[in-house]
Design a protein around this ligand. Structure first.
Ligand code: IPM
Ligand code: MG
Length: 354
């Protein structure tokens, strides 16, 4: 198992260090794991002048899987777009063909009170958001800034999806739904956008190959509302890149903290990049208070999807459950009566429980 490790920026270094401890445990148990480190994002720009340098590109191309912390920071906000940390992330996704982004939103019984929604609305919640990750308005051409015919300056982007892009991610969605409750909701804006009308047409066509799956469609504004009104009506949500970006942040808060949410970004052969769904949190970087659980749970997803080791994935998830049951909490999920711990103490607790 050749794993490229890209800590990135902000809290990335701290949280990835905890996930690495977990991998070390598995290695000492006899798993053949090789970790190789490289830079991405602002750290890469600072050291190598490029947020996705060739050294990193070569390493991730040769690896079986990539573990990523997070990228970004206020000191990079004024750089030209091509040099910003976020570009490093978008380029690595595109370069590795990671079109299927899985963002599970799972409510742990221990954290049900950390959610901003009422207990009964979120208790037992288990949603899988499947976000298309390498197309849409994120990558569409042309884009830029120009002077319009009337002489005014304007900015523009292009929302576009090809048939093959929609088909391949729809197949991933239907296959995930087959392993769950066989329900999938495709989210779009087909009442306004041509891209979405086409999306809906293709998803409906792919559905013919999966007669066991109950497919529904929902407009994205309604989906945003339904997610906070009655989130348990959803199981698998399939959506495009920009809608998935927004809805997955919204769904994360149902679970109590975005600090708990792992993600997997997969190519056609289950090679994957695994990262927490949250960002680099520059405001708390270096203070040893970040929640490392999303990153540790991302390692579980890596073992499940890339290395087909469901047993080890469950072992890690079980270890995380156990530390929550023991009452250990980082600041983002803290409530009265629990024991507040820092990032590395939380990592050590998971290791112990493993
Ligand atoms: C995410 C992030 C990224 C995205 C940013 C950092 C480019 O918000 O992974 O959801 O928009 O995809
Ligand atoms: Mg986002």
């Amino acid at each position: 198992m050749k794993i490229a490790v890209l800590p990135g920026d902000g809290i990335g270094t701290e949280i990835v260090a905890q996930a690495a401890k977990v991998l070390e445990v598995l290695r000492s148990d006899g798993l053949k794991i090789e970790l190789e480190y490289a830079r991405l994002g602002g750290a890469a720009y600072d050291a190598e002048g490029d947020p996705f340098p060739t050294t990193t590109e070569n390493l991730v191309l040769a690896a079986d899987a990539v573990l990523l912390g997070a990228v970004g920071g206020p000191q990079y906000d004024t750089l030209p777009r091509a040099m910003r940390p976020e570009q490093g992330l978008l380029r690595i996704r595109k370069r590795l063909g990671l079109f299927a982004n899985l963002r599970p939103a799972l409510v742990y019984p221990e954290l049900v009170n950390a959610s901003s929604l009422k207990h009964e609305l979120v208790s037992g919640l288990d949603i899988m958001i499947l976000r298309e990750l390498t197309g849409d308005i994120y990558f569409g051409q042309p884009r830029g800034a120009r002077v319009s015919a009337s002489g005014e300056r304007e900015g523009f982007d292009t929302m576009v999806y090809s048939e093959s892009e929609i088909r391949r991610v729809a197949h991933v969605g239907f296959n995930i739904a087959m392993k769950r409750t066989k329900k999938m909701c495709s989210v779009d804006k087909a009442n306004v956008l041509d891209t979405s009308m086409f999306w809906r047409e293709i998803v409906t066509d792919v559905a013919k190959e999966y007669p066991q799956i109950e497919l529904s469609h929902m407009l994205v504004d309604n989906a945003a509302m339904q997610l906070v009104r009655a989130p348990k009506q959803f199981d698998v949500i399939l959506t495009g890149n920009i809608f998935g970006d927004i809805l997955s942040d919204e769904a994360s808060m149902l679970t109590g903290s975005i600090g708990m949410l792992p993600s997997a970004s997969l190519d056609a052969n289950n090679k994957g990049l695994y990262e927490p769904s949250h960002g680099s949190a520059p405001d708390i970087a270096g203070k040893d208070i970040a929640n490392p659980l999303a990153t540790i749970l991302s390692v579980a997803l890596m073992l499940r999807y890339t290395f087909a080791r469901e047993d080890l994935a469950q072992r890690i998830e079980g270890a995380v459950r156990k530390v929550l049951q023991q009452g250990l909490r980082t600041g983002d999920i803290f409530e009265a009566g629990m024991q507040k711990v820092g990032c590395s103490a939380m990592g050590d607790a998971v290791v112990k429980s493993l």
